[in-house]
Unconditional design. Structure first.
Length: 77
């Protein structure tokens, strides 16, 4: 299981965390965003592209789905 470190900026705030690979079917396509050891949503790939399923506190991260997906793709190559 891979844990990819990530630092990103969103609306002027810096976030530091990891994208943690989820085990199971399609594990190479599902990642949990963890910030300060708290779950902040999941990233997965469907036929249309990358999708981020946020928590109530991270709804604005939805617009970062492609960025997160490209980041994971880069790390996994």
């Amino acid at each position: 299981m891979r844990n990819i470190p990530i630092i990103f900026y969103h609306y002027g705030k810096e976030y530091t965390g990891t994208l943690d690979e989820v085990q199971g079917a399609d594990a190479d396509k599902v990642w949990n965003l963890m910030i300060d050891n708290f779950y902040n949503g999941s990233l997965h790939k469907n036929p249309a592209g990358w999708v981020f399923d946020p928590t109530l506190q991270t709804k604005s991260f939805v617009e970062l789905a492609n960025y997160f997906g490209e980041y994971v793709t880069f790390w996994c190559e």
